[in-house]
Design a protein around this ligand. Structure first.
Ligand SMILES: C[S@@+](CC[C@H](N)C(=O)[O-])C[C@H]1O[C@@H](n2cnc3c(N)ncnc32)[C@H](O)[C@@H]1O
Length: 291
């Protein structure tokens, strides 16, 4: 059991000095294994990963007024779904931005009119690790920008993530100025409106893009991906980097099975190294077409 030092504060109450609480190697392994089982996120034992798990779980100790990682592990083991979701949320990395790896959106804008023709103007896209929403809103904006060349197309976009907290933010679609990074001023004023709350200014996605997107929780570790329709475009970017080789292969197989023939799979720039699939033809950086 870790020793916990009590720190006297100016107030009469005493707070625990959470920085002093040690995370043993054995418990590290339990947390890392749990995350692997739940989300496929691979956290091999390294000083960096040890610090990551420690720093992220210490916030949960504070939240639940616990004094050790052992106590938190006990809670998690007995825990309900809310605790599991909170654990997943704490250990996922949600970094994202508008127009991240922007060549993918240039590609999409050019590809959509042709795809729309092929699919009878019923375009279906999936953003499979949507985080706080900047990526699916960028996809929706790109579809709007292509609309003049596919005037009859109906575009539907499914945005999913394993993390319910980020998904909630994505579905609200309201951002602080710092979260708008990457969105050019023209698109910002065309597709977002300024709103005020408690004197602070935010940017809210307008209905034109908001209504195009359906948000839902989806774990890429699901053994089978069962959707009613095939997708014409799937974005699954900057999440495979957290998976090991076997998991990556399984996820790519599953994603490919969800693509319509001629449809596109778009991965993160650094994720194309492991893609070997007989039905996927590489087109440009981290962009594949199902053959
Ligand atoms: C670094 S963000 C990338 C966000 C966005 N795709 C981008 O490229 O900007 C990775 C996202 O993958 C999600 N994620 C991690 N494991 C997942 C899983 N097993 N199933 C679905 N989403 C997962 C995380 O919650 C996180 O929001």
């Amino acid at each position: 059991m870790s020793a916990v030092k009590k720190v006297n504060t100016e107030a009469t109450s005493a707070l625990y000095d959470f920085e002093e609480i040690k995370l043993s190697d054995k418990l590290y392994t339990k947390f890392a294994t749990k995350m692997y089982e739940l989300a496929g996120v691979d956290l091999p034992f390294t000083p960096k990963n040890h610090a990551l798990i420690r720093n992220r779980i210490v916030k949960l100790l504070r939240r639940h007024s616990l004094k050790s990682y052992e106590e938190y592990w006990g809670l998690l083991e007995r825990g309900n779904n809310d605790l599991i979701q909170e654990f997943i949320s704490a250990l996922t990395t949600n970094m994202t931005s508008f127009y991240r790896e922007s060549n993918h959106f240039d590609f999409l804008q050019k590809a959509l009119p042709e795809l729309a023709k092929k699919c009878g103007n019923d375009l279906r896209m999936w953003c499979a690790a949507a985080s706080t929403g900047q990526e699916p809103y960028t996809i929706a904006i790109t579809a709007c920008e292509a609309q003049a060349e596919m005037p009859s197309a109906k575009v539907r976009l499914l945005a999913t993530d394993i993390d319910l907290q980020v998904l909630k933010k994505a579905s609200v679609g309201t951002y602080e100025e710092r979260e708008m990074q990457g969105l050019p001023p023209v698109q910002r004023s065309k597709y977002f409106e300024k709103v005020k709350s408690n004197g602070d200014e935010f940017f809210r996605a307008k209905d034109q893009i908001h209504n195009m997107i359906r948000f839902a929780q989806f774990n890429l570790m699901n053994p089978k991906y069962e959707f009613q329709h095939k997708f014409h475009v799937i974005f699954c970017r900057n999440v495979l980097i957290y998976f090991d080789e076997a998991t990556t292969k399984r996820v790519i197989d599953n994603l490919t099975s969800c693509l319509a023939p001629g449809g596109y799979l778009i991965l993160g720039h650094s994720e194309s190294g492991n893609v070997k699939h007989s039905n996927l033809k590489p087109l440009s950086r981290a962009v594949y077409q199902k053959i």
